[in-house]
Write a protein that binds this ligand. Sequence first.
Ligand SMILES: [Zn+2]
Length: 339
Amino acid sequence: MTLYFGWSLRADGVSFPSVQRLDLRFATMDLSSFEYPYVLDGGHGTALQNIGINVHEHPLWSFDTVIDNPKACLDVHKGFIDAGANVILTNTYHASIEVLQACRNMTKDAAASAIAQAVDLAKKAANEAHGEVHVVGSIGPYAIVRRDGSEYNGSYVDTTPRQVIANYYKDQMAAILATDLQWYALETIPRVDEARIALEVWESLEAAKDKKLWLSFNCQDSQRTCGNDMFSEAVKTISSYGSVTAIGINCTLPQYIAPLVRSATAEANGKPFVVYPNHGEVYNIEQQKFEVGSDDTFPIFLKDIPSLWRHNVRIFGGCCRVNYEHIDQITKAVETMKH
Ligand SMILES: [Zn+2]
């Protein structure tokens, strides 16, 4: 943590000296030097759902809110920051440029502007926070173009031409890289062959050269990704890419996080992990929703945080159905590690 001095402007127009914290470790993604875990936010769509916005009824799910109700999107970011998150993901997971063109009659440029608008909302929430908050640009898997929840089995990777998937990533990455964030996340990737396509595109883009990236798999059990790859093998493969600065596990049942991390720590090339499970309900692909009422295993994840930290996990958060109160629970678990 580095301190630097600057001048701030009070609401009445009087400027005063201020001390601000500039976290160089985070800016350089040197997660290995973190003294304590960072707290990531939870499910953006879940938080919207909880204030009455039924994301399932929208063609772009939570991303429609960026266009139709940006205040709600900003409030969600602030809600997670208030719960203790010091890392927030942009609400761009579902921002498929192709779907924006098809369903909202947008040009490609207008779609890219909408993505920039989503990033601005996250930046605004971070800038208005009391403490230091970092914004990470979210990029979803190719499945978001299909809008059928197929990121939970990865079946489309066998039936979709490689070039089609590559073109998707090229457009999405170019649009969000134009917003010039420092960090990006490729999330909910079910298969290692999709990860390879995405990383090859990422490494071909000039704008990605100095950026930091975590690539996050979703997993079906304590060993395999949702697309049936061994997680440890997937980690071995992607950790060899120079562009991958951390490896993630997201949208996975909470009780599987610790065994997954333990199975792959030795394969990660020393690279740290970022983990953000769902709340513990099972995703039903046919109904395209989580089966609410299935076991609540989130407390298992909370209990695992100190041991996961010792296995090189540096950022903890939540994915689907993880709301403010659960991020608050993670924040409290992390706070106890500071004493
Ligand atoms: Zn999720």
